[in-house]
Ligand binder design. Sequence first.
Ligand code: FES
Ligand code: FES
Length: 163
Amino acid sequence: MPEQVSTTAVVLTVNGETHTESLPANMLLSEYLRDHLHLTGTHVGCDTSQCGACTVLVDGLSVKSCTVLAVSLDESRIETVEGLAGPDGLHPLQAAFRARHALQCGFCTPGVLMTAAGLLRESPRPSPTEIRAGLDGILCRCTGYENIVAAVGEAAAAIGEAM
Ligand code: FES
Ligand code: FES
């Protein structure tokens, strides 16, 4: 007989929407987002904390969602790639990735975008070296790193000009 997993009550805010949930204690944040909320923009590439495709922001900090239990995030504010664009259109990161061809198959892109979004909040005008260091936990199997770094730099400049 399968072992019963206990559930825990949590309140999670995802892309500005508050969810009151009773979740299995062993549910990963990536599972919660993809399977429960159907926010499948968060990709799962390795499930072992290596590729970064599953990265989201939790209270403004980038987190690999395959490494954290959803029930541990009670009262947290979670942002996924689905919430990145605003009412006026693409986020500057998304616009720069499109303009710079900073994606090929696109599998890693949601995680790269969210990692970069967290980086630009901490460091609004990062140097190329700082961008590379900030994206260190991300693997792109298409290996388009040069364009990714350039796009993040362009987005930082665009955000700075708009302020
Ligand atoms: S799926 Fe989470 S780090 Fe690869
Ligand atoms: S664009 Fe294909 S894995 Fe990064």
